[in-house]
Ligand binder design. Structure first.
Ligand SMILES: [Zn+2]
Length: 227
């Protein structure tokens, strides 16, 4: 298998839910104090380490792409993720967060890096699940450090979630002539959710409330999501 980003030998596995998000949500866990993982296929799978392969995609990228190339993306999302968690813990919970307060001095670049983190995650899912979406635009975005023209993000709070949880939902897609023209899923950590939306559809109704790096973002509005 070749790295879908750069074409080198794929020898590295990306976390499905980012390790820092798992830590944020569950703290430390271990063999004696494991996490329980649920999927469509299996329930209550014990996971005793943050490094467990059960928490990762199969190897579809190389170590260089997973580490130094995409580290700024990982870091940007890590920062935004923890900020959104604390914003939500305020009383009353914040509905919007000013981007400048999250990333002082480098907000545009940092938000582009957040977008690119989800480009990487989405790309890994496309490859893992064999979704009929051209991966080229995803790898180009990462290699060039440029936005993916058709990937948008929505941020929100999941109303009905109780207890500690983190995960991704199955992909929902609309296919035309064997190609997905629309695909989306939700990535959530506790009550905070992110919905990456890939769309080739001409209507802007779908992405009206979503953010793309071509739009300057002053404040991040948290929508209300139903889990
Ligand atoms: Zn690579």
């Amino acid at each position: 298998m070749k790295c879908w980003i750069c074409g080198a030998e794929a020898n590295s596995r990306e976390h499905v839910v980012k390790a820092s998000d798992l830590k944020l949500q569950f703290g430390n866990f271990s063999q004696s104090n494991p996490l329980f993982q649920h999927s469509g296929a299996r329930k209550n799978v014990r996971v005793g380490s943050l490094k467990s392969d059960k928490l990762k995609f199969s190897a579809s990228i190389c170590a260089r792409c997973n580490n130094e190339r995409t580290q700024p993306f990982d870091r940007a999302w890590e920062k935004l993720s923890s900020t959104l968690q604390s914003a939500h813990r305020q009383s009353p919970p914040a509905q919007r967060v000013r981007v400048k307060t999250i990333f002082p001095g480098a907000s545009g670049k940092s938000m582009l890096n957040v977008h690119l983190y989800f480009v990487k995650l989405f790309g890994c899912r496309i490859v893992e699940s064999g979704i009929p979406i051209d991966i080229e635009a995803f790898s180009q975005a990462i290699l060039m450090g440029k936005p993916h023209p058709h990937l948008f993000l929505e941020f929100g709070v999941l109303k009905d979630v109780k207890g500690k949880r983190a995960g991704i939902t199955p992909i929902q897609a609309v296919n035309t002539q064997g190609q997905s023209v629309f695909a989306t899923f939700m990535y959530s950590v506790g009550k905070i959710g992110v919905v990456p939306i890939f769309t080739m559809l001409p209507t802007r109704r779908i992405t009206r409330d979503a953010w793309h790096p071509s739009q300057h973002l002053r404040a991040l509005e948290l929508k209300s999501f139903t889990a």
